[in-house]
Design a protein around this ligand. Structure first.
Ligand code: BG6
Length: 495
């Protein structure tokens, strides 16, 4: 690809996100030949660092976190000579003047086609301040030459998300705003659209006539680690369901787009969110579950309960587990439950989407033949295994007629030799080529908040909870099992 010259400005340059994700992604893009011929990366933060110190800092990040392992000296030197550091303190807006001078110098050097990308890898309370400084110093450019990338969380409720959208769209046009949801950059997540819309056999089955229910399960073995300060004010519903999980649900639930245009795809996704059944008080009681982990043993080591984690209030009622049953009220999905669950300190790290099909309309085989019977399932495993499995019945070899379920498996490892890029590589490249398909539009973010607000409000108004209610290394609270068992199903897991 022939990309326009690009200046990447990373706010939060010395922060965790840049170390773990952005710098490794940019370096890997460079190593694989995807960076523009002319580019510069300017890290900004409050600390006073030289370019060389900053380059060394991010090299440590790349060495520790890149999928491709440690940097190769020659490549790194080529990459790092375009990396600069510019201290910026948002509480002293005049420091933006220096940044402006640096950007302008680079624009002059690279020519009139230069595009500037601001990446806000900072705490959300700084989003408005930085956006305002960008405006004040006349750095917001236009649709062709300037973009802004906003990390999650995008607001902490509907009202704050609306406020932030209002502020941003007062400075930038919607086409300049890239609200990132890193799940959308995952290889297996992007493949959902390919699988659904590039194959003809699925579409006739993809509806309430043939599908029994859908499960989306994103479970993590890790606890909150050192992110307690952020997480304690968020919780699992805001941290995972409002964004990643609802986006997965949209990909499963959306209608067929007429083409691959960013807005066409996002229109179809937002239609799903708008069709989702609002939660009334009874639904919240019957169809949602929250939980919090207590201490437990993981691989022979004792791990603390959530309330004893760093930067977490000792009496915290923040949920580290959330499950819910959703419905999409439209022709395709009427009456079909979408069960979702997510949580920390669970038994397995696994992101799975399971589509369970309805049973055969009439059983042809006698009892005995069907004792291992299992309705057909399509299992999209996002991580750590990257695969799509179709569970079908087959005759077990032998003289007797015995049926048992077997998996037809598309497994990335066995099919492709190339390593999948990291989500951030895909998404950063998309920003550079101005493709908004995998980014959240303002109405998507707001619709997702709108759907969840009744649950958030109800959960926050009830403070006497029997938390913690699940031990570390379990599958979460018993109520989550009951939520799905009441309808005659169970949470599907891969062995
Ligand atoms: C982040 C959440 O958005 O996604 C984290 O804030 C969570 O709490 C993470 O652990 C999960 O992402 P991944 O890519 O590891 O599945």
């Amino acid at each position: 690809q022939c990309l326009n010259p690009t200046v990447f400005v990373i706010f939060g340059g010395t922060g965790d996100l840049n170390m773990r994700k952005l710098a490794p992604a940019l370096y890997n893009l460079y190593s694989d030949g995807y960076m523009p011929k002319d580019y510069a990366i300017i890290g900004t933060a409050r600390s006073k660092l030289t370019d060389v110190q900053f380059r060394n800092t991010i090299m440590e990040g790349v060495n520790s976190f890149s999928r491709a392992g440690k940097v190769k000296k020659e490549k790194w030197d080529g990459f790092a000579e375009n990396v600069y550091y510019n201290p910026v303190d948002v509480s002293a807006p005049e420091t933006f003047q220096d940044l402006k001078t640096s950007i302008e110098k680079l624009k002059k050097k690279f020519g009139p086609k230069t595009q500037v990308i601001y990446y806000l890898a900072v705490a959300p309370n700084l989003f408005p301040l930085i956006a305002e400084c960008i405006a004040k110093y006349d750095l917001a450019g236009n649709e062709e030459n300037c973009r802004i990338v906003i990390e999650k969380p995008f607001g902490r409720d509907l009202e704050t998300a609306r406020e932030l959208n209002k502020l941003l769209t007062g400075i930038f046009t919607e086409k300049q705003i890239y609200r990132i949801d890193h799940y959308l950059g995952k290889e297996t997540v992007q493949n959902i659209m390919a699988f659904r819309f590039a194959n003809s056999f699925l579409e006739p089955l993809w509806n309430r006539t043939y599908i029994d229910h859908v499960q989306i399960s994103v479970t993590e073995q890790l606890g909150v680690g050192d992110r307690g300060g952020y997480y304690d004010g968020a919780g699992a519903l805001r941290d995972m369901i409002q964004n990643h999980i609802l986006q997965l649900l949209c990909l499963i639930g959306m209608e067929t787009p007429i083409n691959f245009d960013a807005d066409e795809i996002r229109n179809k996704k937002v239609d799903v969110l708008k069709a989702m059944r609002p939660f009334g008080p009874d639904d919240i009681r019957m169809s949602t579950v929250r939980g919090q982990y207590s201490k437990g043993w993981v691989e022979g080591k004792e791990v603390p309960g959530y309330r004893s984690e760093k930067d977490v209030a000792p009496e915290s009622n923040t949920e580290t587990f959330a499950a819910a049953k959703f419905f999409v009220d439209n022709w395709r999905w009427q009456g079909i439950p979408f069960y979702v669950r997510t949580g920390k300190r669970l038994f397995q790290t696994s992101s799975l989407i399971t589509i369970q099909f309805k049973d055969v309309p009439h059983q042809v085989f006698p009892a005995g033949v069907t004792e291992h019977w299992q309705q057909n399932r399509l299992i999209i495993s996002i991580q750590p295994e990257m695969s799509i499995r179709l569970q079908v019945q087959a005759k077990r070899p032998g003289l007797d007629m015995v049926l048992n379920p077997v998996d037809m498996v598309f497994d990335y490892k066995g099919t492709y030799s190339a390593e999948a890029p990291e989500a951030y590589e895909t998404l950063l490249l998309d920003v550079m080529i101005a493709d908004q398909t995998q980014f959240m539009r303002a109405d998507q973010v707001e619709s997702a908040w709108e759907l969840l607000m009744p649950v958030i409000n109800a959960w926050e108004s009830k403070t006497s909870l029997s938390f913690p209610n699940y031990p570390a290394d379990s599958w979460g609270p018993e109520d989550a099992e009951a939520l799905i068992a009441r309808d005659g199903f169970h949470w599907f897991t891969l062995p």
